[in-house]
Design a protein. Structure first.
Length: 439
């Protein structure tokens, strides 16, 4: 860590009070005084060699409070990990996952909503230590840290979390998960191979996995287009169920990480996918994520399709290679920025066309089955008003969650990159026009 602290058997005092003092000093320290605050706090903790088990227990107790405060302020497990991944080091990330797992012991699974449980599962947040008194020693052994280095990592992590501002919540905090009509109905549906996932989404996931893995552009285009059609049909089915009173008419939200490099064009791609699926995107650039607002079934599809298209776009961009100016200087960054902006623009048009086509066919009574085949039903005159009502509900929710929004544009400076990006989007499956993103 670049700093060395004291060692020995000194320290004295209650471990909890000592830790609280050290954390408070680090969290409130200005940037220019941070090194001194870290050195002082870490030295005091490391010097408590005889009471290190008590320090370990106090650290987990303090982390419970710190993490719980973040939950109350609107943050979720993936958000806290994303902040650490962007600003700190891998050892901080490992510690963050452990502290989230430790705090999670306070909440039974029934107190957590579906996406919260999914995030914990993806993080592999598990309590591996035999006792709270043994945690810090076990972590130090795993990561080959002395007490001073570990104390520094702990204080740096708690400072990072302790300075986070409140943000708009995208779901209930632990203990406040509501058992909605949507979740009750979902439990009664046939399931796909992914636990807790409707079979339609499992079919979409399988199509996108094939699109990512194929070496044939035409096949990828067909597979991704079919996935979007199924997503649109899934949304239509949900809208009609809502009209029948089977689902509360209320949008939700989720957050999707959007990191550098090329975070602006990536956000444009997410916005293109969201708009085609009746969702809205708000970009929090300073935190490296976007909030997507929409109805639950649409949000699931947006996350799946965006992730797949980003994989396809990145692969195509890397295949396009590096670029140089005539004088030999690199213009790869400008080329790739323009490539991804054009890719997102092209995707927007093609996804929108697929959604509009499926909606028109559904209004005429043509229903797309989960296996991709179609059946003719009696046209339902409630469909278009129901979809309009859902769009209006999403817009209202955006206004409630984010009353002050500004538009941002992403610049394009490389014509060759723009042309290559549009061509790659054609090969991937979609198309669109350059537009604004909200943030």
């Amino acid at each position: 860590m670049g700093r060395r602290g004291q060692s020995g058997n000194g320290g004295g005092g209650d471990a909890g009070e000592l830790l609280d003092t050290a954390v408070r000093g680090v969290v409130t320290a200005p940037e220019e005084g941070l090194d001194l605050a870290l050195d002082t706090g870490a030295s005091l903790l490391a010097a408590s060699a005889g009471s290190w088990p008590a320090v370990s227990r106090a650290a987990l107790g303090h982390a419970d409070t710190a993490v719980g405060r973040c939950w109350s302020a609107g943050w979720r497990p993936a958000d806290l990990v994303r902040v650490v991944r962007r600003d700190l080091k891998p050892v901080h990330l490992a510690l963050a996952v452990d502290l989230i797992a430790a705090e999670g012991r306070r909440h039974p699974a029934a107190a957590l909503d579906r996406r919260w449980q999914d995030q914990l599962r993806e993080l592999e947040a598990e309590v591996w230590w035999p006792s709270d008194e043994a945690y810090l020693s076990g972590f130090a052994q795993r990561h080959r840290l002395d007490r001073f280095a570990l104390a520094t990592v702990l204080l740096e992590l708690l400072r990072s979390w302790g300075r986070l501002p409140p943000i708009a919540p995208v779901g209930p905090a632990p203990g406040r998960a509501a058992h909605s009509a949507h979740s009750a109905r979902a439990e009664q549906r046939q399931r796909g191979p992914v636990a807790g996932e409707p079979r339609m989404l499992s079919r979409i996931r399988a199509l996108l996995a094939k699109a990512e893995s194929t070496d044939f552009p035409e096949e990828a285009e067909a597979l991704t287009a079919k996935a979007q059609q199924l997503m649109a049909q899934h949304s239509i089915d949900e809208a009609l169920l809502a009209v029948e009173g089977a689902d509360p008419h209320a949008p939700g939200a989720l957050r999707i990480g959007v990191d550098n490099p090329y975070e602006g064009p990536k956000t444009m791609l997410l916005d293109a996918v969201a708009a085609a699926n009746r969702c809205r995107v708000v970009w929090a650039k300073e935190f490296g994520f976007c909030t997507v607002i929409g109805f639950d079934a649409d949000l699931d599809g947006v996350e799946l399709l965006y992730t797949s298209l980003l994989v396809q776009a990145t692969h195509a961009m890397q295949q396009a290679g590096a670029r140089q100016h005539l004088d030999g200087a690199s213009r790869t960054k400008a080329f790739r920025q323009s490539f991804l902006v054009a890719y997102a623009a092209r995707i927007r048009e093609r996804l929108t066309e697929a959604t509009e086509r499926t909606t028109s066919e559904a209004a005429a009574g043509r229903h797309l089955r989960e296996d991709g085949t179609a059946e003719q039903l009696v046209p339902d005159e409630r469909l278009l008003p129901a979809l309009k009502a859902r769009t209006e509900a999403v817009d209202h929710e955006v206004g409630r969650m984010f009353p002050k929004l500004v538009s941002q544009r992403v610049r394009v400076s490389d014509g060759e990159g723009w042309a290559a990006g549009r061509a790659a989007a054609d090969r991937a499956s979609l198309r669109g026009r350059s537009g604004e993103i909200r943030g």
